[in-house]
Every structure is written in C-alpha cells, then in structure tokens.
Design a protein around this ligand. Structure first.
Ligand SMILES: C[S@@+](CC[C@H](N)C(=O)[O-])C[C@H]1O[C@@H](n2cnc3c(N)ncnc32)[C@H](O)[C@@H]1O
Length: 216
C-alpha cells in the first residue's frame, strides 16, 4: 500500500470519528455544487479545527474574510455561544445571497452576517465591531498580507488569526510557480507571520497548510 493510500485510510478513519459533516452541512455543500459555486470551501477537518479554537478561546466575535457558500461560517457559528457573532466578508453577491439562505435554513441567521464588497474596502468599516476574538482569512491569496495587517489592527492580546491554504496545493514551494501573484502573496503572508513580533505563530501542515497565530 502506498504512503498516500495509507494516509487516505487514516484520514477517512479520523473523519469518521471526529469530522463527519451532518445532514445540514452535506445539504449546504450539495446545493452549493448544484448552484455552480466553486468547490473551494474548507473541509470538515478545518471546520472542526476552527470550532475547537472558538471553544478553546471562548470566542464571541469572529471575523471571516471569504464567505463563499457559508460552509466554514456554519461550522464556526455553531461553536459560538448564543450571543456570539460572525461577520463574514464576501466579494460576490450571489455567494453572499447563497450563504444567507443557508444560514437561515440552519437557524444561524441571528449569529451570522455577510458584508458584500472587496474585503479591502469593507474592512476599514469594521472598527466599531472590533476587537475580534478570532479572524479567519480564506479569500484571495494576493491580499493575505494586507488581511493579516487588518486582523492585527482589529485584535486584542489573545486574538487568534487563522489563514487557510498556506501550501497552495504544493505551489508555495514549487520553483516553477514562484512568479505567480498568489504564490508571492502567500509567501509574504507566511514570512510576515513568522517574523512579526506582535504574534506567536505556526503553520499546521495538514490538510493544505493552516496558518495559526495568536496576538501577544
Ligand atoms: C476559498 S473561498 C471561501 C470559502 C469559505 N471560507 C468556506 O470554507 O466555506 C474564497 C471566497 O473569497 C471570495 N473573495 C475573493 N476575493 C475577495 C475579496 N477581494 N474580498 C472578499 N471576498 C473575496 C470569493 O468570492 C470566494 O467566495
């Protein structure tokens, strides 16, 4: 058996035990596919990981950059306390509308809001809602360094910052992809994350590299 197949078996085993999507989350994903949304959401492993972080830090206010169909938002909102709030930023109006419908069907509309527009334009309007307890960055990779700076601006000591897709499916360290804008953006993001004295940071390599930082 190859190493990959062994890993797949291991991942399947863990998913069954810890990370299984329930019917509502499966329905969300099936309807997202049917609606033609790109299949680029997090997986259940990251969803559960975000939930653990939310409970661990007793987070009440979460900021997400990159809503898509609301899948990661649903995972996070479910882990928030009844008075918890998720603000999610999304460029595409149809994605935002889809997420709102899904959250309403799941009874999460009271906890989740989506703000439409390029995140670099919506972020400056969030000062009144700050500080956030957790910021999840999962949108255009070119702007990850700027999103990191906003996340720190809207933080307090102890705020957790998470960034998905550090590995970019292997392209982060592929010499042939070095010139691509998203690779350069991600490299700047991880380099800043590793060096910024305001943070203590690491990258969880699995599944596609999950950057994890805590504001000092
Ligand atoms: C990887 S998907 C987010 C997946 C979502 N977090 C999940 O796991 O369910 C990235 C999303 O970011 C949005 N996006 C891309 N560029 C953006 C920008 N400049 N501002 C806000 N959202 C953006 C895309 O339209 C897309 O819906």
């Amino acid at each position: 058996m190859s190493q990959l197949r062994e890993l797949d078996t291991y991942q399947r085993y863990l998913r069954q035990l810890f990370h299984a999507d329930d019917e509502e989350l499966q329905r969300l994903q099936a309807e997202a596919e049917a609606a033609g949304l790109p299949p680029i959401s997090i997986g259940p492993e990251q969803g559960k990981f975000l939930q653990v972080l939310i409970v661990l830090t007793r987070a009440r206010k979460v900021l997400e950059i990159g809503t898509l169909g609301g899948y990661s938002g649903a995972w996070m909102a479910r882990a928030l306390p009844p008075d918890g709030r998720l603000i999610s930023l999304e460029l595409e109006e149809p994605h935002a509308a889809f997420a709102r419908r899904q959250w309403a069907q799941m009874g999460l509309e009271g906890k989740c809001q989506v703000r439409i527009g390029p995140a670099l334009e919506t972020l400056p309007h969030l000062a009144d809602e700050a500080p956030f307890d957790l910021v999840f960055i999962d949108a255009d990779k070119e702007n990850y360094p700027a999103y990191l700076e906003w996340a720190i601006t809207y933080s307090r000591p102890g705020t957790v910052i998470v960034g998905d897709n550090v590995a970019l499916g292997g392209r982060l360290v592929d010499p042939e992809s070095r010139e691509e804008a998203w690779v350069q953006g991600m490299r700047r993001f991880v380099e800043r994350l590793s060096q910024d004295p305001r943070l203590i940071s690491t990258v969880v390599p699995y599944p596609d590299g999950l950057a994890l930082a805590v504001v000092r």
